[in-house]
Design a protein around this ligand. Structure first.
Ligand SMILES: [Zn+2]
Length: 368
């Protein structure tokens, strides 16, 4: 199984993870193998490790035409109970813009992340941040929630359980997280958001439609959650109708990661291409990456979307959200910020600043 390739050119993938400088070549090989033209790197910070944001910035510095960066916030001050100082969220946003980042990535709405930080997005901690992001019309790729089966011990897939992504009655509830988002969107209607993974509403298209109708500034991204493909495959006709009606509101994404093998990358992207473009009935191939498996889960039925819909999903909708080309990077500011991230990691975890990915990126950028 080679993976299905798309007949389209100029595809932009808004949801890709680059982690670890050692995976740089792999990332480029995956980009090549999938035929995707440009990628949006969603950069979640790992505060105690001093990693997560620096590596995508380096990739963008080396390939300025091909990679966008959506920067994740640094919450070290909150996570350490005030022992470590970090700039305010507004200052962080301003620095992202100065660096030449293209937008923001938020993972804070994933239940595991939310519970670790334990601050709702409606908390005053975020108030100025939302106002600034809205004012700047900076795009956010925002992960909120998880598939509903993660709350059901009988239905949670093995791969999710293995990552501790199973939730019970003591955990934050799905509807609570949605209600908080509604609250933020009501207060900040100008926010430009692509909700990752179809906002986990693929099992309920009428609700997904109502949500899009109520919030003109939001889109859904198509990064699997493989359950999205299975849910919509139950009625591909209804899926095609939804995608056609909301053709301007759906952004292509894969959740490709630089830790995938090239073969896994090709398969992952191919599954989505094939689902969007053909009428084929097919299953996830055996060789697919861990988070897509196992293949016995079910049948995927292609939607054979019209070409003009595909063109919007594959490219124009992203261009409206974040621009046709990545913003230029300011290397001096990147170096300053990497220095700060390395120092925060050292203060937080005792890991020497010089051993962080952020410090390695500085070395690469300064040639030292
Ligand atoms: Zn992701």
């Amino acid at each position: 199984m080679d993976g299905w390739t798309s007949g389209f050119e100029g595809i932009i993938d808004n949801h890709v993870h680059m982690r670890g400088l050692d995976t740089e070549r792999r990332m480029l090989a995956i980009l090549e193998a999938t035929g995707i033209e440009k990628m949006g790197l969603v950069a979640i910070q790992n505060e105690p490790a001093g990693s997560g944001l620096a590596e995508p910035l380096l990739l963008k510095a080396c390939h300025p035409e091909r990679f966008f960066v959506f920067a994740g916030l640094n919450h070290a001050e909150k996570l350490s109970g005030g022992q470590v100082r970090t700039p305010s969220l507004v200052d962080q946003v301003d620095r992202f813009v100065e660096m030449g980042c293209d937008g923001i990535k938020m993972i804070e709405g994933k239940p595991t992340s939310r519970q670790k930080l334990d601050i709702p997005v409606t908390d005053p901690y975020y108030a100025d941040y939302w106002a600034r992001v809205e004012e700047l019309r900076l795009p956010i790729i925002w992960h909120v929630n998880d598939p509903e089966e993660f709350w059901d011990p009988d239905r949670i897939p093995a791969w999710a359980k293995e990552r501790n992504w199973g939730y019970g009655p003591e955990d934050v509830r799905k509807e609570e997280l949605y209600a908080e988002v509604d609250d933020v969107l009501e207060r900040h209607p100008g926010l430009q958001v692509a909700f990752a993974h179809f906002y986990f509403l693929s099992a309920d298209l009428p609700r997904a439609a109502r949500f899009l109708d109520e919030h003109p500034g939001v889109r859904f991204d198509l990064a699997p959650g493989i359950e999205m493909l299975y849910n919509i495959s139950r009625d591909p006709e209804a899926g095609r109708e939804f995608f056609t009606r909301y053709a301007d509101r759906i952004v292509f994404g894969t959740d490709l990661a630089s830790r995938h093998t090239v073969e896994e990358g090709r398969i992952r992207a191919g599954i989505i291409f094939r689902w969007l473009e053909t009428e084929d009935e097919f299953r996830v191939p055996e060789e697919a990456d861990f988070l897509l498996g196992p293949p016995e889960d079910g049948l995927i039925r292609g939607m054979a979307l019209p070409r003009d819909v595909l063109r919007k999903v594959y490219r124009s909708n992203f261009v409206h959200l974040a621009g046709a080309a990545p913003r230029p990077l300011n290397t001096d500011v990147v170096i300053e910020e990497c220095r700060r991230m390395a120092a925060i990691a050292e203060a937080l975890s005792g890991k020497p600043a010089a051993e962080t990915e952020a410090a390695r990126v500085i070395e690469r950028l300064t040639g030292t």
